[in-house]
Design a protein around this ligand. Structure first.
Ligand SMILES: *Cc1c(COP(=O)(O)O)cnc(C)c1O
Length: 522
């Protein structure tokens, strides 16, 4: 059976059509071994003269064995890395529906701005007097973050969302210590991202899970039942990881504050509400913002992230160094705890230097080019796109919390696969054959066989329609009993189904040279 482009439609046929080739290449998709497998240690791209005899001064430290570096010419090296780069799937290649990750387009204007020599070429050890523009940019970015979140202070330096969580929770810990209290418990809803309980545990708190209601949200009564003088904070994501707005967030915040505890908001899902709702107005005390999600700076192998943390008036004074302080007409960078003034009580320092300058530039370029109305519209479009996907698939795929509006991600479960003998994993692998990076799978944990789809506002209606049509085609094949299309998938990827359990349990982290294979002719 051939489709309109003359391609085989059944994976069985497709697989049969793939005759093994002599080279291992598949058409123009080149098989690419590891660089150590193609290189030879006796060859390099340059010829160096043998050094004149000399007395090594390293004593015992001199290397005895072969160094084992692969020797390749420049064109061979070039090809190796370009081929590897072509195996990368990214938002610049196609739709990337990975839920909770906000894989949105990074406008190239941001890249141009980040490469301006005044930003791209500065060094963190340069005297501050030579970088007033960079400080001004950080101040302007801080202003946007505070305006969008309705908070009082910002710590720019955390380098990712999880690092931001650590920052916010350390500020909470410092605030509790400053009150002379010793609270030990942190409440974390069952649907939370794994980094939330991990962060709390890392700095010595004991995590208490908060059960989810049948509708996927947190019940303020369930929170109240767990509150006690021993509770330091709640860590809540809003919209939550089920793609639902926690509609009782204000009541939850009030109860938490009444118990003398703090409200940490996981802001990774800010793309659903930026420009629409201000977390400060909802009662948050600390929230990280993934610049690499909401504000489009590259991530997922595309570049470093940045996770600034905004703090409410309850926590502002505990912000870590370095932070910016406006003094007269200028801005200074407070780099040492000992330079704190007045109310300031920084809990310490999280990292060397000032954070990810390149990401600050990209995020501010995104904000300035969108304007506040554009930021708001991006959030609205992200929510609209997710609801479009949900509505167009809801007759075939099951929704764990009923067919009601979602925020910026549509969450399906695997109930609809029940009689097919197929799993969420099988479905995701078949998506790869169709040219799509799979959605987030098996997360959040509260939903069985979860499939979390976040299309973001980057996608056009045409691109969403093709994606939806592909998923519908797959869903109908699954329901129609075409098991082979799924259980053997991916058929077309450079590597077929891998043993992911073994890879996780027994990871091979170091390449070792395989024993030479005896020549068949011997
Ligand atoms: C992405 C994400 C995080 C962690 O952010 P990183 O930048 O990956 O460290 C935390 N919580 C949620 C809900 C997320 O989606």
């Amino acid at each position: 059976m051939l489709n309109s482009q003359g391609r085989p439609t059944s994976p069985g046929e497709a697989a049969a059509a793939l005759h093994p080739t002599f080279t291992g290449n598949r058409a123009l998709m080149q098989e690419e071994p590891l660089i150590f497998e193609i290189g030879r240690t006796d060859v390099t791209g340059v010829d160096l003269d043998e050094p004149a005899p000399f007395e090594p001064r390293l004593g015992d430290l001199e290397r005895k064995g072969e160094i084992g570096l692969p020797g390749l010419s420049e064109p061979e090296t070039m090809r190796h890395y370009v081929r590897l780069s072509q195996k990368n799937y990214g938002i610049d290649t196609g739709l990337f529906p990975l839920g909770s990750c906000t894989m949105k387009h990074n406008p190239r204007l941001n890249e141009r701005m980040a490469r301006l020599p005044g930003f791209g070429d500065i060094h963190p050890l340069q005297p501050l007097s030579t970088v007033p523009g960079a400080l001004e940019l950080m101040q302007e970015l801080s202003g946007w973050l505070l305006e969008l979140t309705g908070m009082q202070a910002v710590a720019l330096s955390p380098k990712a969302g999880a690092h931001g969580e650590l920052c916010g929770m350390m500020a909470i810990k410092a605030a509790i210590a400053a009150k002379g209290e010793n609270r030990k418990l942190v409440l974390v809803p069952e649907s939370a991202h794994g980094t939330n309980p991990a962060t709390a545990a890392l700095i010595g708190f004991t995590v208490k899970p908060v059960p989810a209601r049948a509708d996927g949200t947190v019940d303020p009564e369930a929170v109240k039942a767990l509150l006690s003088p021993d509770v330091a904070a709640i860590m809540l994501t809003n919209p939550n990881t089920c793609g639902l707005f926690e509609r009782d967030v204000v009541a939850i915040a009030a109860a938490v504050h009444e118990a003398g505890a703090y409200f940490y908001a996981d802001g990774a899902n800010f793309n659903a509400i930026a420009g629409k709702a201000r977390p400060g107005d909802l009662g948050c005390d600390a929230m990280h913002i993934n610049l690499h999600k909401t504000f489009s700076t590259p991530h997922g192998g595309g570049g470093p992230g940045a996770g600034p943390v905004v703090l409410s008036h309850r926590l502002a004074r505990f912000a870590p160094v370095p932070f910016l302080r406006r003094e007269g007409s200028g801005i200074t960078l407070v780099e040492h705890v000992s330079d704190a003034k007045g109310e300031e009580a920084p809990f310490g320092r999280l990292c060397a230097f000032q954070g990810q300058m390149g990401m600050y530039v990209r995020a501010l370029a995104y904000m300035l080019s969108h304007g506040i109305d554009g930021v708001r519209q991006a959030s609205e479009d992200a929510v609209l796109n997710a609801n479009y996907v949900r509505a167009c698939l809801s007759d075939l795929m099951s929704l764990p919390f009923g067919n009601r509006p979602c925020m910026h991600e549509a969450l399906f479960d695997d109930a609809w696969l029940k009689d097919t003998g197929l799993t969420t994993l099988d479905f995701a692998k078949a998506m790869i054959d169709e040219g799509y990076h799979p959605m987030t799978m098996y997360f959040p944990l509260v939903v069985h066989g979860a499939m979390l789809i976040e299309p973001t506002e980057s996608e056009s209606k045409a691109s969403l329609d093709l994606f939806i049509a592909s998923l519908r085609d797959l869903a109908m094949a699954a329901k129609g009993g075409d098991k082979e299309r799924f259980t053997g998938a991916p058929y077309h990827a450079p590597r077929r189904r891998l043993d992911e359990t073994r890879a996780a349990r027994q990871p091979v982290l170091r390449w070792t040279k395989p024993a030479p294979i005896a020549e068949a002719a011997e």
